[in-house]
Design a protein around this ligand. Structure first.
Ligand code: CS2
Ligand code: MG
Length: 402
């Protein structure tokens, strides 16, 4: 069998998604997500110019060899653009392999290790009363874990908070919008929010919080300590992780578990965090960390060091990525949690899929392959729209991490 065709599809059913669709000479198809929020066209061009010509004529069964070819063969290793492109190829090849075998991808990965994939939802509306209502709504829908984000008094907007949490979408205007940040205001406000939520919902609900790379290690340590009475499941991305050893300092001061990894592209971005036991959850995703093959490698390393998975699952990762993530989630021994923000109805229509949510769990598709596709005719009705992620400045105008 040979790869006869490879199509790069960019579509915007509400937000931009990049998809690679491979077609074999036997007429089998495989799909992979290549969406990199705010940089979609860079990955699409990388695929079209540098990857597709290499793929044509290759044997789709050779997943590992193709991965190594695209990784080592490029000479320029790693990076979000390269790794998202490789991820799309890898994911599409697993899809094809499943269809050839007549098995869902999780069966090829060793079969089920659990009955369902526990997910966390988002509660992130402006007012404190609104947050309580929103957490209650998710609990009523069966969620066992909720990420809580609060508007910071005195700031015009806050990361992760929208009027309607269900449609939170950070990439908006064509050019980056500007947001304002104050760490002192944030640190003063957040512990009180969790005090209220914990008091209202009791000890069983798992609570999470995302600091979105805004703090220094000592500020993160302070926050982690102040949150200890509310027993969070994790504090996410407290500091940017280029300096992996920065997490050592946080660890020395707090037992609040730490989760990192949504911007990681390879095992090298987290090997010190994992082997130094500096984190508790690794949040890398199929699309941004080199596909099913490479993410499985990261999770295997993590397993040796008591680190569990907690994959990124925001709405800028397409239903193809979510479908692939669920096959991994259900099969690995060290699954922790899966982020879940339902996609819009338009996105779900463009990407018909077999996974489903029920009572706090997502269930992967049981049809051969990934169990997800792209409706190309429908996708063509939603042309690409430039949209950038915002930038973030301190109150004095200094550019800060977003
Ligand atoms: C967030 C994301 O889901 C998360 O944890 O950090 O919403 C993130 O801001 C976006 O995926 C960026 O594209
Ligand atoms: Mg995050």
């Amino acid at each position: 069998m040979r790869i006869a065709e490879a199509r790069v599809i960019v579509t915007c059913p509400g937000r931009n998604f990049v998809t690679l669709k491979l077609v074999t000479d036997d007429g089998l198809t495989g799909v992979g997500d290549a969406t990199l929020n705010g940089r979609e066209q860079a990955v699409a061009a990388y695929l079209t110019e540098h990857v597709v010509p290499v793929l044509l004529g290759r044997d789709p069964a050779r997943i590992e060899d193709t991965w190594q070819l695209l990784y080592k063969g490029a000479y320029w290793r790693r990076g979000p653009v390269t790794m998202s492109a490789i991820a799309a190829v890898d994911t599409a090849l697993w899809d094809i392999k499943g269809k050839v075998a007549g098995l869902p991808v999780h069966e090829l990965l060793g079969g089920r290790s659990r009955d369902g994939v526990t997910v966390y939802g988002h509660a992130s509306v402006s007012s404190l009363d609104g947050i309580l209502t929103d957490v209650g709504r998710l609990v009523d829908q069966g969620y066992r874990a909720v990420r809580v984000q609060a508007a910071i008094p005195g700031l015009p907007t806050t990361y992760g908070v929208s009027a309607d949490a269900r449609t939170y979408e950070p990439a908006g205007s064509a050019l980056p919008a500007q947001e304002v940040w104050s760490t002192p205001r944030y640190l003063a406000h957040v512990p009180g929010v969790f005090e209220r939520v914990r008091a209202e919902f009791g000890p069983d609900l798992r609570l999470l919080h995302d600091a979105h790379h805004r703090l220094t290690p000592i500020e993160a340590a302070t926050l982690g300590r102040r949150l200890e009475p509310y027993a969070l499941t994790w504090l996410e991305d407290p500091v940017p992780a280029e300096l992996q050893e920065g997490y050592r300092l946080i660890r020395q001061h707090t037992t609040t578990p730490l989760a990192v990894g949504e911007v990681f592209n390879s095992i090298w971005d987290c090997q010190e965090l994992i082997t130094g036991q500096l984190i508790d959850y690794i949040r890398a995703s199929v699309v941004h960390a080199g596909g099913i093959s490479h993410l499985r490698r990261i999770f295997d390393l993590a397993h040796l060091y008591h680190v569990r998975s907690g994959s990124h699952g925001a709405t800028d990762l397409s239903p193809i990525c979510l479908a692939a993530a669920l096959h991994l989630d259900v099969s690995i021994p060290n699954f922790g949690l899966q982020e879940y923000m339902p996609h819009t109805a338009a996105t779900d229509e463009v990407f018909p899929h077999g996974y489903h949510y029920e009572d706090g769990y997502l269930h992967p598709s049981t049809t051969p392959g990934l169990g997800v596709d792209i409706d190309e005719e429908l996708a063509a009705r939603y042309p690409y729209r430039p949209a950038s992620l915002p930038v973030n400045r301190l109150e004095d105008g200094t550019l800060h991490s977003w």
